[in-house]
Design a binder for this molecule. Structure first.
Ligand SMILES: Cc1cc2nc3c(=O)[nH]c(=O)nc-3n(C[C@H](O)[C@H](O)[C@H](O)COP(=O)(O)O)c2cc1C
Length: 191
């Protein structure tokens, strides 16, 4: 049971009904510093814009969500380069990068000004058979998705995709990992 009192940030003034207040917030820097310690696999999300041009962005906010149906999510910054393309896309792909693909991760996370375009031609790739989105060669795994749902989440949109194709590369390199604001990898699991 919650005891309402002066120390309760949700409490209303004495004698009045509780008023919904903004929850206590945290300064940006402690939040960023804490989340920087969370290691994440590095993924390049690719799709095509309304006129069919390839575009992509590096993400670590990516997770499996459900097995039945098979769902994954990515959190994409609303003002980012691919957001608008993704919001109208009929399909997109995620390539989970390998330890030696830091150059691709850096390219897909570079700042792009309005009018800039992506050119992924220097990285070997194929087109996903279900979505036509680029899938990079030599990643540790890839999935193709069609839109399932989306949720406004602050300055990001959480995009949920239904997985329509998936492939892992069991004999490939270890994954590329981002932690403490830098790229690294993890030792191969011994099983
Ligand atoms: C390791 C790493 C992980 C990132 N993860 C995300 C993410 O999960 N979602 C997102 O929207 N942007 C993410 N970003 C930022 C974008 O990749 C990109 O840097 C940013 O959108 C700047 O590009 P823009 O100016 O074209 O938007 C990440 C960047 C890096 C380097």
């Amino acid at each position: 049971m919650t005891v309402m009192g002066a120390s309760d940030p949700w409490a209303g003034a004495a004698g009045s009904p509780p008023t919904p207040l903004e929850p206590p917030s945290v300064a940006d820097q402690p939040f960023l510093d804490a989340m920087a310690r969370l290691a994440g696999g590095v993924v390049v999300l690719t799709t095509r814009d309304v006129v069919g041009r390839d575009c992509g962005v590096t993400v670590t906010a990516c997770s499996a969500v459900s097995l039945d149906p098979p769902l994954v999510l990515v959190s994409v910054r609303r003002s980012g380069f691919v957001h608008d393309a993704l919001s109208v896309s009929e399909g997109w792909a995620l390539t989970m990068l390998a330890a030696d693909q830091g150059d691709l991760a850096r390219y897909a996370s570079r700042h792009r000004a309005p009018g800039d375009r992506d050119d992924f031609s220097r990285w070997p790739h194929r087109r996903g058979s279900r979505t036509g989105a680029l899938i990079f060669a030599d990643g540790v795994a890839a999935v193709e998705c069609v839109p399932y749902d989306s949720l406004d989440a602050g300055d990001h949109t959480i995009v949920v995709g239904r997985v329509v194709a998936a492939a892992a590369e069991p004999a490939s390199q270890p994954p590329l990992v981002y932690v403490d604001r830098g790229y690294t990898t993890v030792p191969r699991s011994s099983g």
